[in-house]
Design a binder for this molecule. Sequence first.
Ligand SMILES: NC(=O)c1ccc[n+]([C@@H]2O[C@H](COP(=O)([O-])OP(=O)(O)OC[C@H]3O[C@@H](n4cnc5c(N)ncnc54)[C@H](O)[C@@H]3O)[C@@H](O)[C@H]2O)c1
Length: 332
Amino acid sequence: MELSNLKVCKDYKILITGVAGFIGSNLLEFFLSKGLYVRGVDNFSIGFKKNIDEAVYGASKANKDIRFDFIEGDIRNYNICLKATKGIDIVLHEAALGSVQRSLNKPLESNSVNVDGTLNLLKASLENKINRFIYASSSSVYGDSDSLPKTEEMPLNPKSIYALTKLTAEYYCRLFFKLYGLETISLRYFNVFGKRQNPNSIYSAVIPRFLKNIMQDKLPVIYGDGNQSRDFTYIDNIIYANYLTTISDNPAIFGNFYNVACGNNVSLNEIIKIIGRLLNKKIISEYEKPRIGDIKHSLASVDKLKEDTGYSKIIDFKTGLKILLNSFMKKS
Ligand SMILES: NC(=O)c1ccc[n+]([C@@H]2O[C@H](COP(=O)([O-])OP(=O)(O)OC[C@H]3O[C@@H](n4cnc5c(N)ncnc54)[C@H](O)[C@@H]3O)[C@@H](O)[C@H]2O)c1
């Protein structure tokens, strides 16, 4: 299964929030390449215009008739949300302040963007009678638990402000279905990686940070002993889950929440070894103190999403890492 072979039969009008970010710009490229009208909204607080430009350029290779509008604005402003959702069928809500560490440093801002911003969008979606609202939730809602893999029925135990904001927004999504019938779906992404993920911020995710350092012949930094593991998920799987929930006509998915992952986990030490093998060089890591708010292990069951939408991973971890490494090598 490849993303390029997927078909979208209806002419949905799609809104992508956080379109200048990593996942938003990849969703933009996908849906534009399928010929759909896409509107994007972003305030460029942490995203980049070049991500949008790259996505539009990438999509134009598959589809010459690009239909894209952009609104520069903040989802904390209700009028921006009203303008953004007008005439839209499906909202893919990716805008947020990500990173556990950022949320510990900036709890008020994280809450206002991730919770108030989502509530604004839900309310505006209702007012503009949009059909479906697909929310980018996070595996962080589970927190630490000895029992792996994580299934959607497990008790939740958010361990950071970021995780709590994602869970609160998820509950709002569920309630908007139960109270008002808005077709909401929450997708709990597990550690996503892929092209256009920013490697340059102090809050950057681990894989782009590793690759950037290794390409510059610097030591990759690991917080803790490196045995912590995650279900790292290549971006194409996330796009596939958004595609499936966009086109699904299974009413069981509304007001519901799903893990999106590969269903395998890998430790940070193993990642360094794999990169070393791919580059044919011995890589030494630098170890620093573990960070608060970080969990030890994470691994998803994706059975529920499979049962309700037919999802299964389309790119496994090693293949995704190889693709990303090649794109880093081309750039450097
Ligand atoms: N990347 C991951 O591993 C991961 C894992 C789980 C969940 N998620 C969720 O997926 C979504 C997308 O993540 P990402 O990695 O692409 O993040 P990102 O930081 O690359 O993109 C987020 C985008 O949202 C925009 N934004 C932030 N605040 C805004 C505001 N107030 N108004 C308008 N736009 C605003 C930013 O400018 C940025 O372009 C987020 O909701 C995140 O919580 C990501």
